[in-house]
Write a protein that binds this ligand. Sequence first.
Ligand code: SF4
Length: 350
Amino acid sequence: MSKAFIYDLTPLELTEALNALEQPGFRTKQLLQGLYNKLYQDFDAFDAIPKSLREALDNQFNITPLKLHSTVYSKNKDTEKVLFETHDGHLIETVLMRFERRNTLCISTQVGCPMACVFCATGQQGFARNLSMSEILGQFIHFQRELRQKNEALRNVVFMGMGEPFLNYENVSNSLYALSDPERLGVGARHITVSTVGVIPRIAQFAKDHPQVNLAISLHAPDDALRTKLLPANKQFPLDNLMKACRDYVKETNRKITFEYALIDQLNDTTEHAHAFAKQLKGILSIVNLITLNPSKDYPYPGSSSMRVQNFRNVLVSHGVRVTVRLRRGIEINAGCGQLAGSIKSNDII
Ligand code: SF4
């Protein structure tokens, strides 16, 4: 029988596993400390635990679910993209962004993605399966171990890598509990952001389960016709319903929502689009992140020019909308969502 991955167990399940091994209650804390604070990679390293228990755990569990496949750096080294191989041979990617001493990790939640957004390299690859909690946390733990050796740490986590987090809600939710728990990985909930294209039923649940974790919505178009063309999921979750769910979210949490909008030249970046977008945001506590599209192999349309970005921003601001314009980072290492795994697959390197 193959061994389970220990990071797939919640603290309660760990306690049950230890009870089954007839261990006293305090062992859960010792085990959690080794796994989440010390980030041990081997049961031998758990020196607070008797050798017989270490052996019993080693017979039952694996610790590390991901194998490092390859790493690519941007020219100025401020973006690092790692490709991991899962136990069943899939490739997933994780991106570390190191700007102004704020280390931010972009995590994947699925192998591929069924949402099929037309401009997204992951969407173009199709969908294989959800990532487990151990695979989601394994991405964080890998980078946290590396940064510790340089006396640094991860400060921010964004769920914006491969996959739609709200289609893998249970594993994402359990990972959020582990990440934000001061006794485990200890990233402040307000330093974590989950981004969705708008899986409406999960927005209300997320508001109840994780009111302190930031919510980002990938909007990208201000009307149903255009949005459905870019994000086919809009058919199932149309804009009116999505914006109502956003209003309900703000009412429930009193937290602002970040709206992501990738500007594509002449397609969604006109003055009219900007006015329509501002209208959609009326009455929602929000901030808008504008970014120019990262072209991918199968969607080679250019991002908007700086002049068009500026115009779009100015129109939003004239409506009282808070706007940030994000820099496009790591384009030369295909750091747009899913693009590294896509390029490796398409070049038949694996
Ligand atoms: S943009 Fe996000 S939701 Fe859309 S296909 Fe890509 S990974 Fe999936």
